[in-house]
Design a protein around this ligand. Structure first.
Ligand code: R5P
Length: 309
């Protein structure tokens, strides 16, 4: 038997995946105590079943992560044959090295814990750094979230900026490969020219960065900034400002994970970015006019089907 469980982080996405797979969401109960502890109860038989648990470990990250870990324990105790964590947004993925001496490499710790509690396989959507895949010692599937953004952006461009020249922009050095892959799939050809922003993070202060330089020719083009995550919005907005300064006609953005901090709405609204296309790996708390959400449920459903085939 195949069973699909949902944590509390993004039940709407879980429901969409379940509908595509033509499966009901299995019954579970998440109890939160007044002291903030959480309890997970599996409310149906899972003996000998292959169980998937869909839970982005998005803000509040630790809360959602603990829930996911307790799902693993409860499913194992109830005799599940296999348990698979489907983590559309993988929290802590950006803490993948010691940026400054003395720091923890938190993503490695999270991976070890997920393995320790018994997950047989782990799926994520657009993990921050592909190199982190090497840390997993159970099968890991990195689902490409950008796949659902290409089509939407193409139709947006043909409706609003038909026949305009377009360039893909990475807002930092770390995102060059991501932007190149996006450009190759977007234009259906290899080695498309992209532009890259030289970003400098302030490692002493959180959420602060500067866009120093732009390499590549954005003049008279529609710039599509491609990034995996938007949190404060600084990276995107700084890159957009620089693109416009260097002569870009308009700026739009394609970002997989809308991990928005409280100040992001205002930053985005005040920015010169026309439109930001994101996926629903993280459920947005409020509507932001410039943000258009594209569902990635079909990608997750396909990954589940592939695993089971
Ligand atoms: C950085 O390496 C990531 O790919 C994103 O560019 C970054 O995390 C976005 O954060 P913010 O929106 O706070 O600038």
């Amino acid at each position: 038997m195949i069973k699909l469980f949902s944590g509390s982080a993004n039940p709407k996405l879980s429901q969409e995946v379940a509908s595509i797979l033509n499966l009901p969401l299995s019954s579970s109960k998440i109890t939160r105590f007044a002291n903030s502890e959480v309890k997970v109860t599996i409310q149906e038989k899972v003996k000998e079943s292959t169980c998937f648990v869909i839970q982005p470990t998005s803000n509040p990250t630790d809360t959602h992560l603990m829930e996911l870990l307790f799902f693993a324990d409860a499913l194992k105790r109830n005799g599940a044959k296999k348990i698979i964590a489907v983590i559309p947004y993988f929290g802590y993925a950006r803490q993948n090295r010691e940026h400054l001496p003395g720091e923890s490499v938190s993503v490695n710790v999270v991976i070890r814990i997920l393995e320790y509690v018994g997950f047989d396989a782990i799926f994520a959507v657009t993990l921050h750094d592909e190199a982190t895949e090497g840390v997993f010692s159970v099968p890991f599937k990195n689902i490409d979230g950008f796949l659902v953004l290409h089509k939407k952006i193409s139709s947006y461009l043909s409706n609003h900026f038909k026949n305009e020249a377009v360039i893909i922009v990475s807002p930092d050095q770390g995102g060059v490969e991501r932007a190149q892959n996006f450009a190759d799939s977007f234009f259906h050809q290899k080695n498309v020219e992209i532009a890259v922003v030289e970003k400098k993070r302030n490692l002493e202060k959180i959420h602060q960065s500067k866009a120093l330089n732009l390499f590549g020719n954005v003049k008279n083009k529609i710039a599509i900034i491609v990034d995996d995550i938007i949190t404060s919005g600084q990276t995107l907005v700084n890159a957009a400002d620089l693109c416009l300064k260097k002569g870009a006609k308009k700026v739009i953005a394609a970002v997989v994970h809308p991990d928005l901090s409280p100040s992001a709405k205002e930053t985005i609204e005040k920015s010169p970015i026309e439109k930001i296309f994101v996926t629903n790996t993280i459920q947005l708390k409020e509507k932001i006019d410039k943000i258009e959400v594209v569902s990635c449920a079909s990608l997750i459903a396909n990954a589940i089907k592939e695993y089971l085939s």
